[in-house]
Write a protein of this length. Structure first.
Length: 329
């Protein structure tokens, strides 16, 4: 079985973008791949965050992983900080990463564009090296992510190759795995921006734990256009195209079929249908979430997951330390 590794960084409540672009795919992959998924809590502290809020987000994220259908019998679920090797290999790879490479990372630029250097945490800058460690520790063949993470996975590839060339074959060179539909769900209030949990206003972002009436309202007031046609045209109709992607990926109905079903109908009808599909999906997830969050399942899942991940990570780190000469014997 080929191996897959991916992480989610719950700096806020998980969103419909996270679900469509990442989580939902993990659930499909767990049957055919040796899947490792973790909560990237070390990545969460690259930006300031209140401890109580972070702790709640982490717990919710695990409960949501499980509620969305990840099965601890089929995949390994763990908390990044429970496996100490991530931070160790992260440092070693940071030492092999060039400033120029990190300077080119678009996510860093986007997240810091209106801040002064004096107040930007260095962790945010070197974060892609830690992400490379998350992936390379497990010899991942594939990394299922949304489009925004492609550049980071490419850095992980470059670092794997650099290490292999410098110290001999050690790491598997991973490939990003990006779904064709839904890899970049856009904000409902600004369809030119990614739907993001760290968005300033939350009108454009549907959270997996949103009250269903709130979620419905967000869809109904999504920004569209005045062309009055349900057509997939990202350039001229970004809002409608985004709603089409959301509906198609949640219902498995093709975009063409949805477009022909709504030919000649108004945007109100179309949005109501999208809202129905979204609310139906959220209702299923939320009901499972409530059962899980009130049980002791999370603790057991994380303990077993960390044990299994640690076994793999420990072997890899030892090999790396030996090759770099930082061990004594
Ligand atoms: P932020 O929104 O604060 O930038 P994030 O949601 O991108 O954070 P994560 O929670 O780590 O950060 O993302 C987890 C996964 O969800 C990643 O694979 C990411 O590519 C994917 N993802 C996030 N937002 C979207 C989106 N709008 N559309 C599709 N995939 C997304
Ligand atoms: N950087 C990612 C989260 C993340 C990740 C990873 C994804 C951290 N480590 C390893 C895949 C593999 C993000 O911000 N979405």
């Amino acid at each position: 079985m080929k191996r897959m590794v991916s992480g989610i960084k719950p700096t806020g409540e998980l969103t419909l973008g996270n679900y469509i672009g990442a989580l939902r795919n993990f659930v499909k992959y767990q049957d055919d791949f040796d899947l490792y998924v973790f909560i990237a809590n070390l990545h969460c502290v690259t930006v300031p965050i209140e401890p109580a809020e972070l702790r709640k987000n982490l717990k919710d994220a695990i409960a949501l992983y499980l509620a969305c259908g990840l099965d601890p019998e089929k995949c390994t679920i763990f908390l990044q900080s429970d496996v100490l090797e991530h931070a160790q290999l992260g440092w070693l790879l940071t030492c092999m990463t060039y400033m120029g490479e990190l300077n080119r990372m678009t996510q860093f630029k986007e997240k810091t564009h209106n801040q002064q250097d004096e107040s930007i945490g260095a962790g945010l800058f070197v974060y892609p090296s830690l992400m490379a460690a998350d992936i390379l520790l497990y010899d991942a063949d594939y990394v299922p992510v949304g489009n925004d993470q492609k550049q980071h996975v490419e850095l992980a590839r470059d670092l794997a190759q650099r290490f292999n060339n410098r110290y001999s074959e050690t790491f598997v060179v991973p490939e990003p795995k990006i779904a064709e539909v839904g890899a970049r769900i856009m904000s409902l209030s600004d369809p030119n921006k990614k739907m993001s949990k760290s968005e300033e206003s939350n009108k454009g972002c549907i959270y997996l734990l949103d009250d269903l009436n709130v979620a419905r309202k967000k869809v109904m007031s999504a920004v569209t256009d005045n062309l009055a046609q349900v057509k997939y045209d990202k350039e001229n109709q970004p809002g409608i195209s985004n709603l089409l992607e959301i509906m198609s990926s949640l219902s498995s109905e093709s975009i063409e079929s949805i477009c022909s079903r709504f030919e000649g109908k108004g945007y109100g009808d179309f949005k109501a249908a999208v809202a129905d599909v979204v609310c139906e999906e959220l209702a299923k997830i939320q009901s499972k979430y409530h059962d899980i969050i009130n049980s002791d399942m999370i603790e057991t899942v994380l303990k077993d997951g960390a044990e299994k991940a640690h076994k793999q990570a420990f072997k890899k780190l030892k090999k790396v330390q030996k090759k770099m000469g930082i061990d004594i014997m």
